[in-house]
Design a protein around this ligand. Structure first.
Ligand code: MTE
Ligand code: MO
Length: 298
């Protein structure tokens, strides 16, 4: 959003802010069932997660919450996680215990978990109340945002998304007519509506789309990795775009730069895009040297 639309207040994550791993732990729904909360799951209530290990930039602790109905739903697989990829969590990943909430924004996946509370309101932590919300475009500064936070919903589920990881924009490549250009990336489903069923690529500004090949088995929560081969001419100003569709029928709809800007730059899911690729120009001398090398060998 920063590079394609307008400056935002936030960190430059580029395409790298994504996690995809195998998590092991205890289902929160089992713990909640055993502890038999007195609140009614059909009325709006919440489950809050807190970490008191250290103060944060904007609050005295870190916390977040999700609706009790989601926490109680076994199908949502909300996990009190103890292991990642079969091994104890590392300190950075939240050792000894963290939350993993599939399909939900990472901000709720509280690490170094100290407390779980069933309560009537959302978490009062700053990262639930005054951050991770989609502000309207007229809010241009942090100061203006102050009057809006309490009126806006907290982000819960993440939108469908896909990006092109390689090659990166501006790379020098072989002429695709000689050596097919391999384009690859990842795609993530929306919330709990996965798996990804289709990834498409366009190289004519979104007029036509061709199917990419999905190279791993898609699961409901995980990403898919995909690949596409282009064998045509690489022209100047050419861009390659990708878009994903999930089982729930959600699909990316807008070109980058044509979405609605928000100050925190969150919820961005325009088509993935790379541009500025250049065909490697062989220097004459190099060719001649190569030739004389061949001649010498002959
Ligand atoms: N205790 C604590 N938990 C936290 C955070 C934090 O600052 N403190 N950041 C959250 C945010 S915003 C994200 S995106 C994820 C990142 O998890 P990861 O570091 O394992 O990728 O942790 C979440 N859990
Ligand atoms: Mo985050």
């Amino acid at each position: 959003m920063r590079t394609k639309e307008k400056e935002v207040w936030g960190i430059d994550w580029h395409n790298g802010a994504v996690m995809n791993a195998e998590w092991t732990g205890v289902l929160l729904s089992d713990i909640l069932t055993m502890s038999n909360p007195t609140l009614d799951p059909t009325k709006e209530s919440h489950v809050a997660f807190s970490c008191y290990q250290t103060a944060t930039q904007d609050d005295g602790y870190y916390g977040g919450s999700i609706p009790l109905s989601r926490a109680m739903d076994k199908n949502m697989e909300v996990l009190i996680a103890l292991k990642m990829n079969g091994e104890d969590l590392t300190p950075e990943r939240g050792y000894p215990v963290r939350m993993i909430i599939p399909g939900v924004a990472g901000a709720r996946a509280v690490k170094w978990l100290d407390r779980i509370t069933v309560q009537k309101q959302e978490s009062s932590n700053a990262y639930q109340q005054k951050d991770y919300k989609i502000l309207p475009p007229e809010v241009q500064t942090k100061e203006q945002a102050a009057a809006y936070w309490h009126k806006l919903p907290s982000i819960l589920e993440t939108p469908i998304n896909s990006v092109i990881c390689c090659p990166s924009s501006g790379s020098e490549i072989e002429d695709p007519r000689v050596k097919p250009l391999k384009i690859g990336g990842y795609a993530l489903p929306q919330g709990s509506e996965g798996p990804i069923v289709k990834v498409e690529v366009s190289y004519d500004d979104g007029c036509t789309w061709e199917n990419a090949t999905i190279s791993n088995e898609a699961s409901r929560w995980s990403w898919v990795l995909w690949e596409f081969e282009y064998r045509g001419e690489l022209t100047e100003d050419m861009s390659f775009m990708c878009k994903a569709t999930d089982k729930g029928g959600n699909t990316q709809k807008i070109k980058s730069g044509e979405g609605q800007w928000n100050l925190r730059g969150v919820g961005y899911n325009a088509f993935g895009e790379i541009n500025g690729l250049k065909v490697k120009q062989r220097v004459r001398g190099e060719v001649r040297e190569g030739l004389s090398g061949i001649e010498a060998r002959l």
